[in-house]
Write a protein that binds this ligand. Structure first.
Ligand code: NI
Length: 163
């Protein structure tokens, strides 16, 4: 199983390349394997060192049934003006949850593993998770969403603990 890339690895700050029509089924299998083992609810390809625009998520499996979702070449078509705060964890920044402000709802387009392009209106935890994972594809992590003083308060001890 692939290792999870940890902050501040530069691969987590690098925008990812489009997947297009490439067959990524093997990569997707590896991503779910790593995500469920972590255990996490979302994982983006750069988190296992693959700089491609693809993320997987399963927002409900910890509470009930498995509902795996694969988003290839995702695009955020619309974001609500209404925003909210939520504390997010990231598998690439262990034990360092951060409170992040994001739009509460989004409209997300993506290609499925079967190759069809779909559009979904996401709310609640799904909208939150998709935006977090989408950020990874743009080379952004939760620290990049914080005001400088709040970022330093979390990142400085994180980096010190791993130095
Ligand atoms: Ni993350």
């Amino acid at each position: 199983m692939r290792d999870i890339v940890l902050w501040p690895d530069p691969r987590l700050s690098t925008p990812c390349a489009p997947v297009g029509s490439e067959d990524v089924s093997h990569l997707v299998t590896e991503m779910f394997e790593v995500m469920y083992a972590a255990p996490g609810r979302g994982l983006a390809a750069p988190q296992i060192g693959v700089l491609k625009r693809i993320f997987v998520m399963d927002c409900g499996w910890k509470e009930g049934d498995m509902t795996p979702v694969v988003c290839i070449d995702p695009e955020i078509l619309w974001s609500s003006e209404a925003t909210g705060e939520m504390t997010e964890g990231c598998l690439s920044i262990p034990e360092t949850p951060a409170t992040v402000t994001r739009p509460l709802e989004i409209r997300l387009a993506f290609t499925t593993l079967a190759g069809t392009r779909e559009e979904h209106h996401l709310t609640g935890f799904e909208a939150r998770c998709a935006q977090h994972e989408y950020d990874h594809l743009e080379g952004r992590v939760i620290f990049d969403r914080l005001a400088p003083d709040l970022r330093a308060a979390l990142e400085t001890p994180y980096l010190k603990a791993r130095a």
